[in-house]
Design a protein around this ligand. Structure first.
Ligand code: AMP
Ligand code: MG
Length: 428
C-alpha cells in the first residue's frame, strides 16, 4: 500500500523514483563478543528526506528481504516484532526521548517461518541516521583509516555540525548518549541489547527487540532471554554505554592523534565526561520526578532513599512516581509502611522550600502509562487474530502518556502474576 504521507510504497515492493536503496555495513560487539561483520541483513535504506522542520531523516524498510549481509537469515520480519517496535518506539517519542520512529507497519502477505509460520511484515523506520558505533568499528577493524575519515566527516556534518575537531565530535556523541541513558533510567526503560551495533551516533534509541519498561522496581532487572549474564540489566546501562563509547573512541584514535598513547589519554578524558553529563541529567530528571526544580545538596540522598525503599518492596516503578504526582502519598505502594513514614517527612519538608507547582512538575515527569509488556503481548495476539483494535487503543493511550484519559487506569495497571511476561525475544 502507498503511504498517504510519503507517497511511498512502504512494504518494499516498489522502489520510489530517484531512490537507490542500499544495505549498510556495520560490525559490532554483541554481548561483549566481537562480530567482524553484521550489517543490514533484513533492512534497506530507501534514502534521506528533509522533514517539515528542516531535519534530515533516513527512511529504512526493516524486513524488506535478503541483502548481502543476511548471512543465514531470510531478511524478513514478522508482524509481532514489527508491531512491538512500532508501539514502543512511538511511546518513547511521546515520552520525549530521542528515538527512531515508526512511519508505518505493513503486512506483506507472505509467510515467514520462525518457530512456526507467521505473517510477514515490514516496518518503515525513520531515524536521524542509521550510523552506529558498529559502523565505525567495521572500518577500524579493517585498518581502513580513509574510510573512517570519510565516515567521520559525514557523521560530523550530520550530527555535530558545530564540532571543529574529531575530539569535539566524540565529546558530542558522549554527551548525547549520556543524556539518552539518563532518560531511559528515569522512565524505567531497559533496552536489553545495548550492543555497539545498536548504539547510534545521533543519540537516538534504536532497535526494539527484547526491551521492556520496569513493572516492579529492581536494579538488577534483566529483560532479555539471551542476556544470561545480566550484562544489560537496568542499572548496568550507563556503564554499558561507556563501554560502547570506548569502542567508538578506539575506532577514532587514528584521527585524534598520531601517537596512540596521546590519543588514548585525550579520548579517555573526553569519555570520562560521560559521568558528569549522565549524573546532571539523571538528577534533573529524578528531581522532577519528586517535584523539584531547584537544586539542594541533599536531593540525591532523597531520591536514592525513595528508590531503595521501592526496590526493597518491589514497588511498581511508574505507578509509585505517578501516585506521588497525583496524590502526594505512595505509602500503600511500598509494602513496608514504615519505609514510607521514614522518607515522606523529609520529602515534604524539601517540597515546602520549592517554588512553583511541584505537582505539575511531577505530572510532567511521571507518565501515567508506559508500554507494559503484557499489554504489548496482548495487542500482538489480537493482531495475529486479525483484530487491530487493541493496537489502535494502546497506541492512542501511549501517545498522551502524561495525561489521564478514559483508558488510562486500565493501561496503568501492572500485570497480575499470571499476566507477567518474564522475557521478550529478539525481533527476528
Ligand atoms: P539485531 O539483533 O536485530 O540487532 O540484528 C543483529 C544482526 O542480525 C543484524 O546484522 C541483522 O541485520 C541480522 N538479522 C537479524 N534478523 C535477520 C533476518 N531475519 N535475516 C537476515 N539477517 C538478520
Ligand atoms: Mg540491531
Amino acid at each position: 500500500p502507498v503511504n498517504a504521507w510519503t507517497g511511498l510504497d512502504l512494504n518494499g515492493n516498489e522502489v520510489p523514483e530517484g531512490a537507490e536503496p542500499l544495505a549498510q555495513l556495520y560490525a559490532g560487539h554483541q554481548f561483549g563478543n566481537w562480530v567482524p561483520q553484521l550489517g543490514d541483513g533484513r533492512a534497506l535504506l530507501l534514502g534521506e528526506v528533509i522533514d517539515r522542520n528542516g531535519r534530515r531523516r533516513d527512511i529504512q524498510l526493516k524486513g524488506a528481504g535478503r541483502t548481502p549481509f543476511s548471512r543465514g537469515g531470510d531478511g524478513r520480519a514478522w508482524l509481532g516484532p514489527v508491531l512491538r517496535e512500532y508501539v514502543v518506539s512511538e511511546a518513547m517519542h511521546a515520552l520525549g526521548l530521542p528515538t527512531t520512529r515508526a512511519l508505518a507497519a505493513a503486512t506483506t502477505g507472505e509467510t515467514v517461518y520462525r518457530e512456526r509460520p507467521r505473517p510477514g511484515a515490514v516496518l518503515a523506520r525513520v531515524a536521524a541516521s542509521h550510523i552506529r558505533v558498529g559502523t565505525f568499528q567495521a572500518f577500524a577493524s579493517r585498518g581502513d583509516v580513509a574510510a573512517i575519515r570519510a565516515l567521520t566527516a559525514h557523521a560530523m556534518a550530520r550530527h555535530a555540525p558545530e564540532a571543529e575537531t574529531v575530539l569535539d565530535f566524540f565529546s558530542h556523541v558522549v554527551a548525547a548518549q549520556a543524556r539518552l541513558i539518563a532518560g531511559w533510567m528515569s522512565f524505567g526503560f531497559i533496552h536489553g541489547v545495548m550492543n555497539t551495533d545498536n548504539t547510534t551516533i545521533s543519540g537516538e534509541t534504536i532497535d526494539y527487540g527484547p526491551c521492556a519498561f520496569l513493572d516492579e522496581y529492581h536494579g538488577a532487572k534483566v529483560f532479555s532471554s539471551i542476556d544470561r549474564m545480566g550484562r544489560y540489566a537496568y542499572q548496568n546501562q550507563p556503564d554499558m554505554a561507556v563501554w560502547n563509547l570506548a569502542q567508538l573512541a578506539s575506532s577514532l584514535l587514528p584521527l585524534i592523534s598520531d601517537s596512540e598513547d596521546e590519543g588514548v589519554a585525550i579520548a579517555t578524558e573526553a569519555l570520562n565526561a560521560f559521568g558528569t553529563h549522565f549524573r546532571d541529567e539523571w538528577l534533573r530528571r529524578f528531581r522532577a520526578k519528586i517535584g523539584l526544580v531547584t537544586q539542594e545538596d541533599g536531593d540525591e540522598a532523597l531520591i536514592v532513599g525513595l528508590l531503595s525503599r521501592m526496590s526493597t518492596s518491589r514497588a511498581d516503578f511508574s505507578n509509585t512516581f505517578r501516585t506521588l504526582a497525583t496524590s502526594g502519598y505512595a505509602g500503600h505502594l511500598v509494602s513496608d509502611p514504615g519505609a514510607w513514614d521514614s522518607w515522606a517527612p523529609d520529602w515534604q519538608a524539601r517540597l515546602a522550600r520549592e517554588p512553583g507547582d511541584p505537582k505539575a512538575t511531577m505530572r510532567a515527569a511521571n507518565p501515567a502509562v508506559i508500554p507494559r509488556n503484557h499489554r504489548i503481548e496482548e495487542m500482538i495476539e489480537a493482531a495475529l487474530a486479525g483484530d487491530y483494535a487493541p493496537f489502535h487503543r494502546l497506541s492512542a493511550v501511549l501517545a498522551q502518556p502524561f495525561d489521564d484519559g478514559p483508558d488510562t487506569a486500565e493501561y496503568a495497571r501492572p500485570p497480575a502474576p499470571e499476566e507477567r511476561v518474564q522475557q521478550t525475544f529478539c525481533g527476528t
